[in-house]
Ligand binder design. Structure first.
Ligand code: PBG
Length: 338
């Protein structure tokens, strides 16, 4: 882009274009609409809605409530919902086998939501952590997360989700090679229209804390022998960005339709680099800890809740995101007049 040379002050007064709302709206560079959101939400086996204490305003939904929420998304103009399951302890095991249960919570919720509002896209996490007793995203072998055996489980999980009607598979596990394996399995099953949004650059982050409570996946590294206390052998080091570009390149080469950077606000530099390098639909996840920080400060009266929500979401668009996965989706869509 050719940039005009700057006139010197006082010929140039940048405040001229900020003097009234109408001109600010005219020169605005990015816009935020309900169509920018993927609504992240938690489903549970029980009845009704159960509040998540560390995420004020977020509730776990029963399958019936999830169906109602899909209709709400449609009414608000939110294009898609991403669901995360809170699985009963009794259904968990060391290899997360109930992840591939075609009659499990996720598949039932997907079917109910697609029946209630077929126009709303449904995205599912492909990862084992809600289903494992140890809370890791893969199969544990002698204290290590075993990459290739985990991929086999993820493919089974992804296929049952796709068969249930899930529109977008979102592998969030960070195993090497899982996007290619999922894509090949989908093609082989005639599920060529199922999209893949890979959690391509996903960092080992403290900001996922409240999510663990939301889905009931407990503390890592406790209770079991040889259970690593963090996810640093598979999720990325917060200090790296060259590596993020390699992760994204690999997932695109394996057949990802869209990619995601996670967490969101602390990693907008990564979003910008990915958008500039690859020019494909790039999303970011405003994760549970980011949600909790805004809500906690707002509830203490330290920041203006509604302004902070919209400002944070606008930042994702400014950085180049095609959209944002956010727990704020219905609040923000309502504020934006969706
Ligand atoms: C699981 C998964 C996590 C999140 C989404 N999928 C947690 C993790 O990887 O430890 C985080 C979501 C959030 O914090 O809102 N693979």
């Amino acid at each position: 882009m050719t940039r005009a040379p700057l006139a010197p002050y006082p010929a140039l007064r940048l405040r001229r274009l900020r003097q009234a709302d109408w001109i600010r709206r005219l020169v605005r560079e990015t816009t935020l609409t309900p169509a920018d959101f993927i609504w992240s939400a938690v489903v549970h086996e029980g009845e009704g809605r159960v509040p998540v204490p560390s995420m004020p305003g977020v509730e776990r939904w029963s399958v019936a409530e999830a169906a109602k929420a899909a209709k709400e998304a449609k009414a608000l103009g939110i294009p898609a919902i991403a669901i995360f399951p809170h699985i009963d302890g009794a259904r968990k095991d060391a290899s997360g086998s109930s992840a591939a249960d075609p009659d499990g919570l996720v598949c039932r919720a997907v079917k109910a939501m697609k029946d209630a509002a077929p126009e709303v896209g449904i995205m599912c996490d492909v990862a084992l952590d809600p289903f494992t007793t140890h809370g890791h995203d893969g199969v544990l072998e002698r204290g290590r997360i075993a990459n290739d055996p985990t991929i086999e489980r993820l493919v089974e999980q992804g296929l049952v989700q796709a068969r249930a009607g899930c529109d977008i598979l979102a592998p969030s596990d960070m195993m090497d090679g899982r996007v290619g394996a999922l894509r090949a399995a989908l093609e082989a099953e005639g599920l060529q229209d199922t999209m893949i949004m890979s959690y391509a650059a996903k960092y080992a982050s403290a900001f996922y804390g409240p999510y663990r409570e939301a889905i009931g996946s407990g503390k890592l590294g406790s209770g079991e022998i040889d259970n690593p206390a963090d996810k640093k052998t598979y999720q990325m080091d917060a200090a790296n960005s060259e590596e993020a570009l390699r992760e994204v390149a690999l997932d695109i080469a394996e057949g990802a339709d869209m990619v995601m950077v996670k967490p969101g606000l602390p990693y907008l530099d990564i979003v910008r680099r990915v958008v500039e390098a690859f020019a494909l639909p790039t999303f970011a996840f405003q994760v549970s800890g980011e949600y909790a920080m805004i809500m906690a400060a707002a509830q203490n009266g330290w920041i203006d809740e509604e302004r902070a929500i919209l400002e944070s979401l606008t930042a994702f668009k400014r950085a180049g995101c095609a959209g944002v996965i956010t727990y704020f989706a219905p609040r923000a869509a309502t504020m934006l007049g969706g």
